[in-house]
Ligand binder design. Sequence first.
Ligand SMILES: *Cc1c(COP(=O)(O)O)cnc(C)c1O
Length: 215
Amino acid sequence: MILTGSNDFKLINDSLPAGVNLLAVSKGHNHESIRKIFSYGQLDFAESRLQEAIPKKNNLNDLKQLRWHFVGTLQKNKVRGVIKEFEFIHSVDSLPLLERISRISQEEEKTPSIFLQVKFREDPNKGGFLKQDVLKSWSKIISLKNINLIGLMTIPPLALNSSQRKDLFCECRKFANHLELKDCSMGMSNDWQEAVEGGSTWIRLGSLLFGKRQI
Ligand SMILES: *Cc1c(COP(=O)(O)O)cnc(C)c1O
């Protein structure tokens, strides 16, 4: 199913329980597609590459209400640019990266809202903290300046079926509650319903909203 009209967008948006936010992942789509989704009332958009995001954001400069989220792998040399361009970073996958974000955020006088990306299953294709790493580094993590730590982000391994995904999402929700973090960024086009059942507060939808990637 691809949602192409405002009625479809409304259908999915209205079906979300209170407290579940929709993040429109616009990577691979141009600024005109973003304008269309914006015209349905969507304000939160996500990109996964800084170089792709900057020209689009420039084209959308007139839309001051938009909130930008970074969801891609964040390379060291892109940290400053991402801090300047994005209010939210969902993909902080290591302590050294978080420390770097803290240091550069202080220099830039910014305080980005941060999700720690956590891996709840072995997955050689994905980065992320292991649960025990988060626990071990917790006192350090919460001591860092200019970091608004709001939640955890997770992506299940591709091989998991629907009920295994839901179990993983529940595990993430439980761990976030244990850490007293409000948000869980989880669920994509193929598993957002399981994520909502598992306690997601941010579902990240790309292809379901925008169709196949164009760029
Ligand atoms: C691309 C991407 C999405 C959206 O994926 P779809 O399957 O197209 O919904 C969500 N989260 C991250 C981190 C992504 O890179």
